[in-house]
Design a protein around this ligand. Sequence first.
Ligand code: NAP
Ligand code: MG
Length: 393
Amino acid sequence: MAEKITMQTPIVEMDGDEMTRLMWAQIKEELIAPFVDLKTEYYDLGLPERERTDDGVTMDAARAVEQWGVGVKCATITPNAKRMEEYHLSRMYPSPNGTIRAYLDGTTFRAPILLPGAVPLVSCWKEPITIARHSYGDLYKGTEYRVPGPGTVKLTGNGADKTIFDFKGPGVVMGMYNTDDSIRSFARSCFACALDKGQDLWFSCKDTISQTYDGRFRDIFQEVYDGEYKDRFAGAGITYFYTLIDDAVARCMRSQGGFVWALKNYDGDVMSDMIGAAFGALALMSSVLISPSGRYVYEAAHGTVTRHWYRRQQGEKTSTDPMATIFAWAGALRKRGELDGLADLQAFGDRLEQASLQAIGDGIVTKDMAALTGAETSVDTETFLSAVRARLG
Ligand code: NAP
Ligand code: MG
């Protein structure tokens, strides 16, 4: 057998929970370790270790990503009341994704994995569309008020004194905000993502109607582009394109895909579900968190697949789909290779993805994939992983 690929800088490895934790170990052992002399800095974000460290391990992992630049994360449980009991937790720890995203001030980019033989519902889409949702402020931190009856409602404070509406009867009012800092970080992460993928960046909002609020988003994107990214975009042969959201939706439906679409918080919430449903299934969405300073955390967009995990514990085999987790590892290895100038490590990331897609092209699929490709039979997770292994050479 050929010599293993060597690494220079460690990848920050964040282990997780349940079914995805099991697949994590299988992917490492069967698909990566035989080919790469894997160098990782390991953080166990599984719930028992978060409990043992009072969640300190999550912050340690976030700091390690800041230090080393590239991480790969397994899905983790975000505890609720039921999980508190199940895992005997002393407190309800916050979502690790939320903690890491807040520490890195990053944006999460989600893109579907296109399967050979599966046609997106929108038939002209040939390549994945990546959605960037600004996960700060707006409607999600809005302050709402049910107006009881006639009277004037105003927006006041910090220099403002504006009448919102003279109510003649009952109604509703909402106030929401965003900050220049957050919008600027979001814009930087989006430009970095487009460069990373080598794809055009679209940004759209409703600046014709919301001239001050949405106009501020449009202007900050333009400032960041002109000041920091214009030359790099030209060098990469990609473009930045602003358009009104209505126009973007219409263009998107007629496009071939293959671009990054940046959206405000609510728009991204809604459009990501549409894109996900049109391309396939939740199990086939990949995700990468990118910070404004260019730190990357690759992960699957789905959760720990609890329903399958409980069945596993009863001794049943499950047909759980490991594709998004395989693609997370592939993305991290490729990025690490790129940053360290290791062409063979970078190429291995591609090879890992290709081998998985080849297995699917050869008709070896898990149950959720069969629904998309029309395959008549499906296999369990282990059989699928062996088929990928066989195609890695
Ligand atoms: P989930 O784990 O994504 O699973 C929901 C359902 O989607 C599954 O029951 C399964 O449907 C299908 N599915 C998802 N991934 C699949 C895969 N790889 N292969 C096959 N089917 C897949 O969501 P959840 O059940 O709502 O959440 C479970 C746990 O995950 C929760 O504790 C939650 O906190 C956590 N979570 C973590 C993250 C993260 O770390 N990024 C994200 C979301 C949720 P069928 O059962 O019908 O086959
Ligand atoms: Mg949504």
